[in-house]
Design a protein around this ligand. Structure first.
Ligand code: SF4
Length: 464
């Protein structure tokens, strides 16, 4: 690779005229021959190594709706997880019209377990917009795609290039890492300002005009498999574009800090910070109450059936619109504790596996009173059993320890049903509601037989 006289860092902190110039300037980090070789090397690698994914169409243009759905699902979620959800999604909503015609509840139920539920709501809103405003046709250009609710510049670029052959780079986290390393932008903050504009200019220069969709997916695959955040010498040694990579000549520690290395200009000098400060997840203790009622279906009946109480969360915010059992966040914990429930006084320290303290009993009393006050009929609490093993659930920014209580109640057959506010349902109906992975774990911990397994149930979830 020939050395070019390009001082990437020197562009930082210039005026707006310079910004305009940077966005369109051909940086010429590689000459035309090198560029052709670089593109060829990565596309050959992609052709031989690419993941076979259901939304990827080899030798033809993929279905725009499938690309749209896959791109939304892939945001902050692993490919392996998305693959399974994608197949089920396409069976349930095979076209943009089918998705637009679904209720929000059906959409959330199908999304349940994938996390970041706002994506599902925006995908639904986008499908409705496309059907209503564009006769069911997914727009083909980046500009038109950005008119669709929920589609930002990255998703628009990905759809336009993969499904319609638009020659534009799709710059997500993976592409940012790969491109900044290829260009050797190790000391530049590539997430904002001039650094971001420079990165976009380099990415535009790199994109292959004949196969832009494959190029963008190849960059994604490279960032996911070899050019990872913790890239290794071994990975670089087998990287198809190592010959053209400016970062490959730098110490591995610098390569690993890219693009997380941040340059700050201070008194005219460039100061390198190797790592972005990490945001620590806050810790919460959640008390979750699984109310289980054994009731006779009607007054003359000898047999009983089992019902469970659920309510719907407000449509905005964390897990918005999903169903849950009653729960309370009792404290935000400053740091981990082996048994936070004892720390909060809800059980006595010596009774970790059992007894509920006076404070805990008061919570239950209030809960039962609230339920009974809503209608004229009465429910009586038969027993309250704390489940000995806490449920641990991770969101991106919250680490929850969940103490689950199984609350057995009894009452007459005229049961509470306030729609979304709260309703009693059979186990089979629980499956039809949109339940988050967090709530499915809570219900399972309380011994509720959920038969339909969702993909995220088995492992610790890391999404909201
Ligand atoms: Fe990334 Fe290493 Fe390949 Fe450069 S050589 S693109 S740092 S994997």
């Amino acid at each position: 690779m020939k050395e070019r006289n390009v001082q990437l860092n020197s562009h930082t902190k210039r005026g707006s005229a310079r910004h305009q110039h940077l966005a369109t300037e051909k940086l010429r980090l590689w000459d035309l021959e090198e560029l052709a070789q670089l593109r060829g090397a990565l596309l050959r690698w992609y052709d031989s190594q690419a993941l076979q994914l259901p939304w990827r169409q080899r030798g033809g243009r993929p279905d725009p709706y499938q690309v749209y759905v896959s791109e939304v699902m892939l945001q902050q979620t692993r490919v392996k997880t998305v693959e399974k959800y994608f197949m089920e999604w396409m069976r349930r909503f095979p076209t943009v019209e089918a998705l637009a015609a679904a209720t929000e509840e059906e959409v959330l139920q199908q999304w349940a377990g994938l996390g970041y539920y706002r994506r599902a709501r925006m995908l639904h809103a986008g499908a409705k917009w496309i059907v209503a405003q564009n006769r069911g046709k997914i727009p083909a250009s980046v500009r038109d795609l950005e008119q669709v609710p929920g589609i930002g510049v990255y998703t628009a670029s990905a759809i336009a290039s993969i499904a319609f052959g638009a020659v534009v780079p799709a710059i997500d986290g993976n592409a940012t890492r790969v491109v900044s390393r290829l260009a050797g932008m190790c000391c530049t903050n590539v997430w904002k300002g001039d650094g971001k504009r420079l990165l976009a200019a380099v990415a535009s220069e790199l994109v292959d005009a004949n196969r832009p969709g494959d190029w963008n997916q190849a960059v994604f695959d490279l960032g996911r498999s070899l050019c990872t955040a913790q890239v290794t010498e071994e990975a670089c040694a087998v990287c198809p574009v190592q010959k053209f990579c400016r970062a490959a000549a730098l110490p591995i520690s610098v390569r690993q800090s890219t693009p997380y290395g941040v340059a700050e200009i201070s008194e005219g000098k460039l100061k390198l910070q190797r790592h972005m400060p990490r945001v620590r997840a806050r810790q919460e203790l959640l008390l979750a109450f699984v109310l289980v009622a054994s009731v006779a279906p009607h007054a003359a009946s000898d047999s009983t059936e089992t019902l469970y109480y659920v309510r719907r969360r407000a449509s905005h915010g964390l897990l918005g619109g999903l169903w849950e059992v009653p729960n309370i966040v009792v404290e935000r914990l400053p740091h981990a504790d082996p048994h936070p429930l004892a720390q909060q006084g809800f059980i006595e320290p010596e009774e970790k596996d059992g007894g509920v303290s006076a404070a805990g009993s008061e919570v239950f009393r209030q809960l039962a009173a609230a339920l009974n006050s809503q209608k004229s009929f009465k429910l009586s609490v038969v027993s309250i059993t704390p489940i000995p093993k806490m449920v641990r659930h991770l969101f991106t920014h919250i680490r929850q320890d969940i103490q689950v209580f199984r609350v057995e109640v009894t009452g007459n057959p005229c049961f509470l049903d306030d729609g979304d506010q709260g309703r009693w349902v059979r186990a089979i109906a629980l499956e039809e509601l949109g339940l988050s992975t967090q709530m499915r774990r809570v219900l399972r911990a309380a011994g509720i037989p959920l038969t339909r397994k969702r993909f995220g149930d088995a492992s610790t979830a890391t999404h909201s």
